[in-house]
Design a protein around this ligand. Structure first.
Ligand code: ADP
Ligand code: MG
Length: 583
């Protein structure tokens, strides 16, 4: 008996759908790409229920004739190539002719289209892969595709759909990417009748980015523009007072294609060298235009890397362009409000009487608390006390070195404390401990801070609102893309609240849901602590130094900051004596 069988059309389509259509955002992606391929100048997306209930994409592209509208749903039906030789020259997104067939096999689809000819429009209705109706229907030039009940006949896939807000976030992400690559095309998104995005045609990529960022964030970006010979770079770069915890917000497009390039990243680092606090990164969006003969795009299968004919010239162009933009931009450390420590809450130092409490878990991803120490034997986390180091002799801050390090005498020798890392550790532990006990000290802002945010941040806020509330932030949605902050944890007083909230939302976007909510709480606490902690290059009064050293020693893991960087080095007395030949 034969065991191999040719699958029938509908099963084959469902299998293809499994590959192409993973979630509502994939439907949006395919339909938007079709609209772009059709030469649309406006693309409107409407969704309900995170897209699982309904996705509707409206375009004003070339539309289809009634015959084509029927054929569009056949597997391997495409107007974009005819023979294998055409493959080499495809300029469109689609060409495999699979998307509509795949989508229609796992949903209810209504496609209405008009090609602007006098015959009017045409509508085709498909239910779970079967055509149920086709006939004339009015439609201006362009196409409207409505996809309902996604995965209605694929329960396994339906089960894997995340919450509506997660799906919306994915869709926003897709549209953001499509819109940044096509500034001249208008994009809009409505979810459940609410307008989430509305981006009119923009003259250049940088202008579209400013639309995406929103007015507030846009004000912190500098325009970049420089030409050298046949090379041109343009785009946006953050002012030096605004920086991020990671280099994730550094984007490079080479001839409109997103790529990563170490050389350009290096040029960015050089341009900002000395302007940002250590460990902080700028946001940049750079569009490089380069003659095709000077760049090889086929060095990476996904074309996400390129090779430049003259890498040095590209590097210098980017560095000079950024230098020019940054001239006159305020410098980070200098604009920090002074006297942050005055707001420092907490009881008077009582380092010997450390309150006993449950150990807190380190945030996911924190390396074990090891210190590249002058002394090899490092006590375990929380073990300074256990190791007998906390005798009756208190720690005593002796001096501050380069306004960044505190030199202190410890019961058994000397310690050098990185003031920022140490303060970060102290604030982080306190915030986590207090939030576990639901007693984070909060402060109502005299003037609530409202901030305009990109739609991705609105989603991030919706995902993390409970966690943020637990950490002392009272934030609410104040408009489609506006957040209002009314209360902050006391440690955040004196910081730039809008900037802090944006960074926390960045953390939410970086968080992997698989790591769990606790990891998110740790992440947000670490970011808030980093933001509020006293910076390097900041003069401290003796009491402030003592407070930091004492508070640090009371932490469970005094030797590292929440991100795993060392916060203290030790030079034990016996080692010192040995080094000087006294023993
Ligand atoms: P592909 O895009 O790979 O060709 P699709 O299944 O996405 O395959 O679409 C099949 C065909 O239907 C396209 O080649 C195109 O001719 C037509 N089509 C789909 N969407 C649109 C649209 N929005 N406007 C005009 N034509 C469309
Ligand atoms: Mg397509």
């Amino acid at each position: 008996m034969n065991r191999i069988r040719v699958l029938n059309e509908s099963v084959a389509n469902q299998i293809a759908a499994g590959e192409v259509i993973e979630r509502p955002a994939s439907v949006v992606k395919e339909l938007v790409e079709n609209a772009l391929d059709a030469g649309a100048s406006r693309i409107g997306v409407e969704i309900d229920g995170g897209g699982a209930e309904r996705v509707r994409v409206i375009d004003d592209g070339c539309g289809m004739s009634p015959e084509d509208a029927g054929l569009a749903f056949e597997r391997h039906a495409t107007s974009k190539i005819r023979e294998a030789a055409d493959l080499a020259a495809v300029r469109t997104f689609g060409f495999r002719g699979e998307a509509l067939a795949s989508i229609a096999s796992v949903s209810d689809v209504t496609l209405t289209t008009g090609d602007g000819s006098s015959g009017g429009g045409w509508r085709v209705t498909i239910r779970a892969g079967r055509r149920v109706a086709a006939g004339p229907a009015p439609h201006p030039r362009g196409t409207t595709v409505e996809v309902g009940h996604l995965f209605l006949n694929a329960p396994a896939r339906r089960k894997f759909l995340r919450s509506a807000s997660t799906e919306v976030a994915q869709i926003v992400d897709r549209l953001t990417r499509a819109a940044s690559a096509h500034p001249a095309i208008a994009f809009s998104l409505r979810s459940g009748g609410r307008e989430l995005l509305n981006w009119p045609p923009a003259p250049a990529a940088a202008d579209r980015l400013l639309q995406i960022m929103g007015a507030d964030l846009g004000r912190s970006m500098l325009r970049v523009e420089r030409r050298e010979g046949p090379l041109r770079v343009s785009g946006l770069a953050s002012v030096a007072t605004v920086h991020r915890p990671t280099a994730r917000d550094q984007h490079l497009y080479v001839n409109a294609r997103p790529v990563r390039d170490r050389g350009v990243l290096h040029a960015v680092r050089q341009a900002y060298a000395g302007l940002l606090p250590t460990g902080r990164h700028p946001a940049v969006h750079l569009f490089l235009e380069i003659p095709p003969a000077e760049v090889d795009v086929n060095v990476h299968p996904a074309k996400s890397e390129v090779r430049f004919l003259r890498p040095g010239a590209v590097h210098d162009l980017v560095r000079h362009a950024l230098n020019e933009a940054l001239v006159g931009s305020p410098v980070a450390g200098r604009t920090e409000p002074a006297g942050r420590m005055v707001h420092e809450p907490g009881p008077a130092p009582a380092w010997v009487a450390r309150p006993s409490r449950a150990r807190e878990r380190p945030p996911a991803g924190t390396p074990p608390g090891s210190t590249p120490d002058v002394e090899a034997r490092e006590p375990e986390a929380g073990g300074l006390e256990a190791a007998g180091l906390l005798h009756r002799v208190p720690f005593d801050a002796l001096a501050q070195y380069r306004e960044s390090y505190i030199l202190a005498s410890a019961p058994d020798g000397l310690v050098i404390v990185d003031q920022h890392a140490a303060h970060e550790r102290i604030l982080y532990d306190r915030l986590l401990r207090d939030s576990l006990a639901s007693r984070v000290e909060r402060q109502r802002l005299l003037f609530p801070v409202t901030l305009e945010v990109p739609a991705t941040h609105v989603r991030a806020f919706e995902i993390a609102s409970d966690t943020l509330a637990g950490l002392g932030f009272a934030i609410s949605l104040f408009g489609p893309t506006t957040l209002k902050v009314e209360e902050v944890p006391v440690l955040a007083i004196g910081s730039d609240v809008a900037r802090l909230v944006r960074e926390l939302l960045d953390e939410v976007l970086e968080w992997d849901r698989m790591d769990g909510w606790e990891a998110l709480r740790h992440r947000i606490a670490a970011s808030a602590a980093c933001h509020a902690a006293v910076r390097a290059n900041h003069a401290l009064a003796p009491e402030e130094m003592n407070r930091i050293v004492l508070d640090l020693m009371r932490c469970d893991r005094p030797t590292t900051c929440p991100h795993g960087r060392p916060s203290l080095l030790r030079m034990p007395l016996d080692r010192l004596e040995r080094e000087f030949g006294r023993r």
